[in-house]
Each structure stands twice: as structure tokens, then as C-alpha cells.
Design a protein around this ligand. Structure first.
Ligand SMILES: Cc1cc2nc3c(=O)[nH]c(=O)nc-3n(C[C@H](O)[C@H](O)[C@H](O)COP(=O)(O)OP(=O)(O)OC[C@H]3O[C@@H](n4cnc5c(N)ncnc54)[C@H](O)[C@@H]3O)c2cc1C
Length: 468
């Protein structure tokens, strides 16, 4: 129980806002992207700046309450929201500072990828990270950061130059490859386990107009289209980051009738490089079939960043299952198409990403805490529905789908795509790096203050291990 006087003192210490149950704004403040997550924190502290973050960490520690940290609130497992404890809400910290001369950007943790690339676009720059615009820079970067330029510029965290971080003892630590390098290693992949990043410094890139879009095929032609795609990707230049999506056309998407009668297999993404070369490289993809519709266009990178947002709207029910694929075999493709044909909801989307054979795979495996850099394909089922009474059937479908895919899946997963908090799967996300992360956790957060995340438990000391 938090005492009234302690709460009052905390409230007056903040420049930002505080919400408790029953107060105006509380119900809105406890909503996150995934409507399936319905938790009632005792206190939501919407921080205005770093001083508020420090106050909130100190308050959480002094009250011994469970603490969660919220960026843009996109994590599907709902780890940004706790029941009965304190939410340290960073969503109002929206500062962006661009240095176009050095191509660096300083970004606060409430910023989304759409917002960042909107601002960078004014300087002919862009940051890699995020296939949609509404996802938070913060949670995405500390877990990894797959986006439309991952094959060209690596993960979002590969572009992180430094970070300011408030640790569990309420101290602000400035970290980069020289200062506190082990902490810098850990926050590049280890998620929110080590503290709260209050400022990210990124390397950003000269990127103007890109070629972006999809070639759309009816699912009945999906087998041929995805086989073609597999072959096409084996020679695709690194300027091109592509994926394949299986989804149903929402009413607002202007597509021919043939694409309304069955699921769509959409193949494409972003080409960020010289446009004539891009047109040439895309020709086979846009010609194959031919597609029932081709929605490729030249556009600013900031528009490409948000072109897929309509597929994952805020406020509906979501449940995800994911793993890297050993390979994109015919069996895997058949299983994907079979399960998509019987999806209980038209809002669900299945994603096959092709990432791990470009810039991301050239970063040495031990350079960051990020788990797996070399699996070429990633498989992600994003089950989504609007009626809460459909929850069981949709979750069952996603789980059965993932089970049927097992012969084709690696025992490896991207931590940010975990749809639930599961210790065994966190280990699968980090592989052999888990033990190093656990030692780092013991150093920076020995009491596991930051436990509402894909949690890495602090390693026990030799004497503690002996005592057990
Ligand atoms: C529609 C949708 C699209 C997505 N697309 C992509 C994609 O293209 N590429 C990709 O890589 N991932 C993607 N993701 C997954 C995404 O990376 C994770 O959900 C990520 O956690 C979202 O970040 P957030 O700040 O919005 O998260 P939140 O839900 O706000 O936070 C999640 C967790 O991140 C940690 N965290 C948040 N802020 C901080 C901070 N300042 N310091 C330290 N830790 C912090 C905390 O542990 C927190 O609980 C997508 C998710 C959704 C729902």
C-alpha cells in the first residue's frame, strides 16, 4: 500500500502528471496498443523529463511496489503496464534534436518512429528501425530494432551511439562504447532490464525518396508467389528490405475484387538507394504473376515508414507468436497458407521477414546483447480481433499455427516479438548470451527492480549459489 502522504510528496516532486484510479485521465492513461492488456496500476507517473524519471524510480523503490516502464506502449505482451504498482510513463517525453552536420539525432523515449522520421525528413535524413510508424523508439531499440533499412544499416541498436540511463538506484549514467561499455552492451538488446533510457543518440542516414510498396497476389497463387520471392531475395541488394505479408484487405484499401474474396499475399517493402537502380532491381518482383495489384510508389522515407500502419491499429485485441525460420521451405509456405485460410479473424496478419543477411549480420555476434543476427527469415503471427468474445478462438489459432510450424522454426526468437512473458522463451531470445546478461543484471539491478519486462534474472553470486 502506498501511503497518501508519500503519494502527495511524489506528486509535488513531478513536473509531469500523475494519475491514480478514479482521477480524470487515469482510464485513458492505462490504455496501451493491445486492448487485451487490461491492468489497473495504483499510480501512473507521466514524466516530463529526466528529473521526473529519477523521482519515479526513487519513489518506486521507497514504496517497494512493482514498477513498469512505458514508452509508446506497443509491446504486445503488455509489459509496460503493471497491476497495482507504479507505471513510469515516458510517452510525453517527445524531444528530438537533429544535428544534420554530423547526421546524429538525440531522441527522448516517448518518441515514435513515425515522429522521428517525420523530423529527420526535413533534413533529408532517416533512421532505420520500425516497420510501422506508431511503435516506440525506446522499447524497440533496447530490444533490437528491425525496420525498413535493416539490411542496409543494421538494427536500430546498431545505430545507437550513446544513451543516458537511469538505473535502479536512481542514478543517471551516461553510457557509450567507452563509458560503462558493459552497460552499453547490455542495453543494446537486453530490453528494459538495466534501467530507463532517457535519451538515445542515433547515427542517422542520408535518405531522400525511396521506392516502397507491395506486389499483391491472391492467396490461391501464394505458393508460386512465395517460392518466387524466396528465389528473388537470394540476390536482392542490401538497399532493399522486404517482407511477405498475408492479410485480408480492409475496406479502405483500394484493391480489385479478386483480392477481397480471399487473403492477400503481399510481397515487398522499401528500396532505399539510387531510384533508377531500385526500379531495375524491383522489375522481376513487380512483373511476377503478374500481381493482381501493384502498389509500389516513390515516396519520402517518412511515408514508407508509416505505409503499413493501417494493418495494426491501436486499441484492438492482439496476441502474437513468433520464431526465426530455419529456412523458408515449401513446407513452411504451405503451412502458412493453410493456417491463413482458416484464420478466425480478418484482422490477423502473418509476417515473413527477410532480414538477417545484410548489415545486421556483419556486426560481430558478441558486440551487443542482441540475440540472433544470422537467421535470414523471421516468422510472426499477429492475431488480431475486435470482439473480446473472440479472444479464445484467436489465441488458439495462433498457438496451433505456431505448433504446426515447429518443424520449420529455429529455437530462437526476437525478444520484442514475444507475445507473452515466458522465461523459457526469453532464454531462446538470448541463447548463450543469457548468462552474461544475468551477471550484468546482478551488477546494475541486483534486486530485479526492473522486473516487468522480458526478464533476465540477476545471476546469483557464488556464495548465494552455494547456500541454495
Ligand atoms: C504494431 C506493432 C509493430 C511493431 N513493429 C516492429 C518493428 O517493425 N520492428 C521491431 O523491431 N519491433 C516491432 N514491434 C515490436 C516492438 O519492438 C516492441 O513491442 C517494443 O517493445 C515497442 O516499444 P515501445 O516503446 O512502444 O514499448 P512499450 O510497450 O512502451 O515498452 C515495452 C518495454 O520496453 C522497455 N522500455 C520502454 N521504454 C524504455 C526506456 N526508455 N528505457 C528502457 N527500457 C524501456 C520496458 O521494458 C517496457 O516495458 C512492433 C510492435 C507492434 C505492436
Amino acid at each position: 500500500m502506498i501511503s497518501e502522504s508519500a503519494l502527495q510528496q511524489f506528486r509535488t516532486s513531478l513536473r509531469g502528471q500523475l494519475f491514480t484510479p478514479g482521477e480524470p485521465g487515469y482510464e485513458e492513461a492505462r490504455k496501451i496498443h493491445n486492448a487485451l492488456i487490461d491492468r489497473r496500476p495504483a499510480v501512473i507517473a507521466r514524466c516530463a523529463g529526466v528529473a521526473d524519471v529519477i523521482s519515479a524510480v526513487n519513489f518506486g523503490r521507497s514504496q517497494s511496489v512493482v514498477v513498469s516502464v512505458r514508452g509508446a506502449g506497443h509491446n504486445v505482451a503488455g509489459i509496460s503496464l503493471c497491476d497495482g504498482g507504479l507505471v513510469i510513463d515516458l510517452s510525453a517525453m517527445k524531444g528530438i534534436h537533429v544535428n544534420s552536420a554530423t547526421r546524429r539525432a538525440r531522441v527522448e523515449p516517448g518518441v515514435t518512429w513515425g515522429e522521428l522520421n517525420h523530423d529527420l525528413g526535413a533534413f533529408g535524413l532517416a533512421a532505420t528501425g520500425g516497420f510501422v510508424g506508431t511503435t516506440g523508439v525506446a522499447g524497440l531499440t533496447v530490444g533490437g530494432g528491425l525496420g525498413w533499412m535493416v539490411r542496409k544499416h543494421g538494427l536500430a541498436l546498431d545505430n545507437l551511439l550513446s544513451a543516458d540511463i537511469v538505473t535502479a538506484d536512481g542514478q543517471l549514467v551516461v553510457t557509450d562504447s567507452v563509458e560503462h561499455p558493459e552497460l552499453f552492451w547490455g542495453i543494446r538488446g537486453g530490453g528494459g532490464n538495466f534501467g530507463i533510457v532517457t535519451s538515445f543518440e542515433f547515427q542517422v542516414h542520408a535518405t531522400g525518396t525511396v521506392l516502397a510498396g507491395l506486389a499483391l497476389h491472391p492467396a490461391s497463387k501464394g505458393m508460386e508467389a512465395l517460392r518466387f520471392w524466396r528465389q528473388y531475395e537470394s540476390t536482392a541488394p542490401e538497399e532493399m528490405t522486404n517482407g511477405a505479408l498475408v492479410f485480408n484487405a480492409p475496406p479502405e484499401l483500394p484493391v480489385p475484387d479478386v483480392l477481397r474474396r480471399e487473403p492477400i499475399v503481399g510481397i515487398g517493402g522499401v528500396y532505399a538507394g539510387p531510384l533508377e537502380e531500385g526500379e531495375r532491381a524491383l522489375r522481376p518482383l513487380r512483373a511476377f504473376g503478374p500481381p493482381a495489384a501493384d502498389i509500389y510508389q516513390r515516396m519520402p522515407y517518412s511515408a514508407a515508414q508509416t505505409m503499413a500502419d493501417f494493418l495494426w491499429p491501436r486499441g484492438i485485441y492482439n496476441y502474437w507468436k513468433s520464431s526465426y525460420l530455419k529456412s523458408l521451405s515449401d513446407g513452411a509456405i504451405e503451412t502458412v497458407l493453410e493456417f491463413c485460410a482458416k484464420a478466425p479473424s480478418r484482422r490477423s496478419v502473418v509476417v515473413l521477414e527477410h532480414n538477417g543477411d545484410g548489415a545486421m549480420s556483419r556486426v560481430p555476434e558478441d558486440a551487443t546483447a542482441f540475440g540472433h543476427r544470422n537467421w535470414p527469415y523471421n516468422f510472426l503471427v499477429t492475431a488480431a480481433w475486435t470482439d473480446p468474445s473472440d479472444t479464445d478462438i484467436n489465441i488458439r489459432w495462433a498457438r496451433e499455427f505456431w505448433t504446426a510450424m515447429q518443424p520449420f522454426l529455429a529455437d530462437a526468437v526476437y525478444v520484442n516479438y514475444l507475445g507473452e512473458v515466458e522465461e523459457e522463451r526469453v532464454r531462446a531470445a538470448y541463447g548463450r548470451k543469457y548468462d552474461r546478461l544475468a551477471s550484468l543484471k546482478a551488477k546494475y539491478d541486483p534486486t530485479n527492480f526492473f522486473c516487468m519486462n522480458q526478464n533476465i534474472r540477476p545471476a546469483r553470486s557464488a556464495s548465494e549459489t552455494a547456500a541454495h
